[in-house]
Design a protein around this ligand. Sequence first.
Ligand code: P6P
Length: 346
Amino acid sequence: MNAKRSVGTTITEHILTQQRTNPEATGAFTTLLNELIVAAKVISREVNKAGLTDILGDTGRINVQNERVQKLDLFANQVIIQRMRHVGQLWCMASEEDPDLIEIPAEYPRGNYILVFDPLDGSSNIDVNVSIGTIFGVYRRPEDSHTNEVLLNDVLQPGVEQVAAGYFIYGSSTIMVYTTGSGTGVHGFTLFPSVGEFLLSHENIRIPEQGKTYSVNEGNYAYWDERTRGLIDYFKTPDKETSRPYTSRYVGSLVADFHRNLLKGGIFMYPADLKDPKKPTGKLRLMVEANPLAMVVEEAGGYASDGNGPILQIEPATLHQRVPLFIGSRKDVQLAEDVISGRRVL
Ligand code: P6P
C-alpha cells in the first residue's frame, strides 16, 4: 500500500493544493497557516493532559473581558503569539486575551497578513472536560496602510474582508475546520497523534439549509426582550408542518455548539440581554468569535446575523466589540433575523 493511501490527505497537502490554484499565491499564507497549526498541536497536547498537570484552574488574573483568566487560556495565548510573531508574514495580531494590538517585535520581519484569534474559547469548561477551542481569522493589511506604524484601523475591518477563518476544537479528538472563502469550501481535518498530522476527515462541509436543533442559554430568558423570547418560544412550540419543537442542545462552549450545528444543522443564538449593563449587545466578540465563524458558516451555505443584518458586513468600531449572534442553518437564522428585527411577527 503506498504511503498516501495509508495516511490520507494531510492539511499541508490540502493547503499547498489550494495555494497552487491561486496564481498570485506566494506561499506566505501557507507558511502562516502551517505555523498556526503547530501552535494548535502544542495547545492540544496541553489541553489533553490538563487534568494531569497543575495547568488547571485560574491564574487569579482578570482579562480585558472582565473574565477570570484560566491558566490554559494564558498558555494558549502565549503559544500562539510566540509561534506566530517570528513567521515573517504578519503585520500585527489581535487576541481576545489582550486589550491592545499585538505588534511584531523589531527583531522579526513583518508581513502583510493580520491574525485575530481567541486562543482558548470556552475556557470556563476546561476543568470539567468539555470541548473547548481556538478561533482565528486572517485579514490582509489594508492597501491604504502606507505608514510603517501599525494602526488599530488596520485591524478594524468588516468580516467580509477576511481571507481565511477557522477553528480548532479540542474534544474527544482535535479537529481543525477552515476556509479560504471564494467558493473554496469548508474542510475539516482530524489530528492523528500517532502521525502528528491533521488528516482530511470532513471534505467540503455543507450545513443543512434548515436544522432541528436550537442552542441558547435559556437561563437568560428573563433578560431578553419580547421579540427574543417570542423567537425562542417559537422553536419550542409543537407544529408538525414546520418540524417543531426543535431539540435543545447547549454545551456552553461556542466552538462545540457551532461545530455540532455546522455538521448536523441548527441555530446557535447568543442574543442581546439586559443581564449585564456593561454588555448590552450580548457576550460574544465580533472580531475574534463572530466574524471567523460567520465566514466558515456562510462558505458552508449557512448564515450569520446580529439580528438586524449580516455579521460579515458590520464595520467594527472597537477591537473587543460584542455583538448579538444568530448563526447556523440559513433558513433558521433568516427567520431569527426577521423576528428580531421586527420584519416578521410570529
Ligand atoms: P454563557 C465561553 O465563555 C463563551 O465565550 C462561549 O464559548 C460560549 O458560547 C458562551 O461564552 C457561553 O456563555 O453565558 O451561556 O455561559
